[in-house]
Structure formats: structure tokens, C-alpha cells
Design a protein around this ligand. Structure first.
Ligand SMILES: Cc1cc2nc3c(=O)[nH]c(=O)nc-3n(C[C@H](O)[C@H](O)[C@H](O)COP(=O)(O)O)c2cc1C
Length: 336
């Protein structure tokens, strides 16, 4: 077994949230000491530069880390040293918040899934911006933004605008997270009326900000639990208001996990996320970009997302279970 894979497995004996923190801190120490390259073995070549007509940023490959792994942008340099093409940091909110009570993250080894009800624990958008300014890595960084737990939905737009303004000049794209199941009422923002109002305001802000800074694409991250009829409306609104892309999808709340409520990710999410991805691709065609997320646990899962129409693909749970080996396997499988 590759040394770094062995280390990844050892972390699985620790409680989930502690394991994630230790693993990322350990990765950063190893990166800063210069040992990461030795541990990783032979270097993986990034695939060809992505030719994406909606997003002119240069991606050395199509594989990224999904939102939530590096909420405060503290691990950008060490994660990017693993060979991935981009990272989505966040979700951040205007003000720091501690999230839901613990325990709130559970690992199921048999199903290869995670159940989380973290609830946007983060250090606030300003702390994230400081980390974005300090990063050495030049890979594209998407920033996922959300609302504080105590901001009513009627005022949620103010939180999104506040975060957009703060992160705009430091982001390669901005993801509007309206699909986390762990902030009460957040998913209501994808209802037709709320969404249309929100998209108008966000598009207007993007237009204004792009007069002063380089144009930054906006993506909307959606839930995999939307009915097809609602999903169609969401897609039509997104294209109508000229939003640049969609992220399919967040975690699912439709499950019987023994640990109770929260969003489920990993293997059990794969088919549902793929179905939604294919459906969306049929509706939007090439009008907007699509980032796929949900249940990529192997190189073949990744290739299926590309076949379903994804422009870029993200991993989270697969990375927790398999470690850097998953990145390596995917990049090898997608090499020309
Ligand atoms: C512990 C955990 C925390 C997450 N936090 C966020 C978050 O803050 N924002 C977000 O948009 N998605 C978040 N997600 C969802 C992931 O970004 C991803 O969309 C989802 O887990 C499906 O991908 P996967 O099956 O590869 O894990 C989180 C997922 C997990 C497991």
C-alpha cells in the first residue's frame, strides 16, 4: 500500500471531525516541510487545458475539491500540490459562526458515505479573504458563499451580496450555496420566486463588480432532492438571468442513516446526482457550464460524470475515504 494511502486509512480510527482536521493539518506540515513530493511518489501530469467558452480561466485539469473541505481557505497550497485543477473553498458566511452542536459528522465505511449536519461552521468571509491573499498556488479558486444561520430568508440576499463584494477580486468563480440542508430554510431559496429575485440582484452585482475587476463567473449550487419539474424551472431561471453555471449537486436529505438528520454524501448519492446532472445537461445544453459533484469514489465515477455532461468534476467524500490516491487515479485515467 502506498505510504500516503496507509496514513489516510489510519485517520479513519479517529472521530470524524478530528480526523479531518488532523489529516489536513498533517498534509500542510508535510507540504511545508517539502516531504509531500516524496510521499506522493511519481508526479502526475495535469490533463490538457480546459477549453470552456463560458469560463476563460485556465484549468490544468477538470478535477477539483468540493466546497466544505477547506471552509476557510487554510489549505489551498497543500491541496493544490496534490495535482488537482481547482479548489472550491467555503462555504463562508458574512460573520463567523460555530455551526450545529457536535457530533455532527459521521462516517459509514460499509456504504462509503458521510453524513454531516455541520451547519456552515466557518471563520467568516473576512478571514477567508486574508487566506486567499496569502496563497501561493495559482490554480483557480472558487468561493462558495452562504448566509448566516440567523439571517431570515427575506434578507438572505444581503448576506450573499456582502460576501460577493468581499471575495470577488480573489475568486475564479463564486458559488451561491442555496442547497445546504443544514441551515434551516436555506433550500427554500431555490423556490421559483425567491430564486428569481435573488438571481436578479446577484447578476446586477456581478455586472457592477466586473466594471472594476475581471469578470468572475457565478455558479448556483443545487440540491439533488429537487423534483424534476422544479429543477427545470431552476435551470430556466439560471439561463434567463444569464448566470454562468450550475453545480450539481449538494448532499441529499433523503436517506435512512442511523445517525439521524443531515446531508448524505459519497457512494449512495452517486446515481441520484448523475440523474440530475444528465437531466440538467439536456435542458441547458452548452448555454452554461456545469460542475458535477456527488459520489465520485473512483476514476470510473469521474469519467461517468464527464459522459453525463460535466465540464468540471469535484470530489469530497471519495477524497476522505481514498486520500490522494483518488486524485492520482483520476488524473491518470483522464490523461490524453
Ligand atoms: C463534511 C461535509 C461538509 C460540506 N460542506 C459544504 C459546504 O460548506 N458547502 C457546500 O456547498 N457543500 C458542502 N458539502 C457538500 C460537498 O461539497 C459535496 O457537494 C457533496 O459532499 C457531494 O460530493 P461527494 O459525494 O463527493 O462528497 C459538504 C460535504 C461534506 C461531506
Amino acid at each position: 500500500m502506498h505510504l500516503i494511502t496507509f496514513i489516510t486509512k489510519i485517520f479513519h480510527f479517529l472521530p470524524e471531525e478530528i480526523a479531518h482536521r488532523f489529516a489536513l493539518s498533517g498534509l500542510r506540515i508535510v507540504y511545508e516541510s517539502g516531504l509531500l513530493k516524496i510521499l506522493l511518489g511519481k508526479k502526475v501530469k495535469g490533463t490538457e487545458t480546459l477549453d470552456n467558452s463560458f469560463d476563460k480561466k485556465v484549468y490544468k485539469n477538470k478535477l477539483g475539491i468540493a466546497a466544505g473541505l477547506d471552509k476557510d481557505g487554510e489549505y489551498i497550497d497543500c491541496l493544490s500540490a496534490l495535482g488537482i485543477g481547482f479548489i472550491e473553498v467555503g462555504t463562508v458566511t458574512p460573520l463567523q459562526q460555530s455551526g450545529n452542536p457536535k457530533p455532527r459528522l459521521f462516517r459509514n465505511k460499509t456504504d462509503k458515505s458521510l453524513l454531516n449536519r455541520l451547519g456552515f461552521n466557518n471563520k467568516g468571509v473576512e478571514a477567508l479573504v486574508e487566506n486567499l491573499k496569502k496563497r501561493k498556488s495559482t490554480i483557480p479558486i472558487g468561493v462558495s458563499i452562504g448566509k448566516n444561520f440567523d439571517t431570515p430568508n427575506e434578507e438572505a440576499f444581503k448576506d450573499y451580496l456582502f460576501c460577493m463584494e468581499k471575495v470577488y477580486e480573489y475568486s475564479s468563480y463564486i458559488a451561491i450555496n442555496i442547497s445546504s440542508p443544514n441551515t434551516k430554510g436555506l433550500r427554500e431559496l431555490s423556490n421559483d420566486k425567491f430564486l428569481r429575485d435573488l438571481l436578479v440582484i446577484i447578476k446586477d452585482k456581478q455586472n457592477k463588480l466586473s466594471e472594476s475587476f475581471e469578470y468572475v463567473p457565478i455558479y448556483i449550487k443545487i440540491s439533488p432532492d429537487e423534483e424534476l419539474e422544479d429543477l427545470e424551472k431552476i435551470c430556466k431561471s439560471i439561463t434567463y438571468y444569464e448566470i454562468d453555471g450550475i453545480i450539481v449537486s449538494n448532499t441529499t436529505v433523503i436517506h435512512n442513516d442511523k445517525n439521524g438528520y443531515g446531508g448524505l454524501s459519497g457512494s449512495p448519492l452517486k446515481n441520484k446526482a448523475d440523474e440530475k446532472l444528465s437531466f440538467i445537461k439536456k435542458i441547458v445544453g452548452d448555454k452554461i457550464s456545469i460542475i458535477a459533484s456527488g459520489g465520485v469514489m473512483s476514476a470510473s465515477d469521474y469519467l461517468e460524470k464527464i459522459d453525463c455532461g460535466a465540464d468540471l468534476v469535484q470530489i469530497y467524500t471519495g477524497f476522505i475515504f481514498e486520500g490522494p490516491k483518488l486524485i492520482n487515479d483520476i488524473l491518470v485515467a483522464d490523461s490524453p
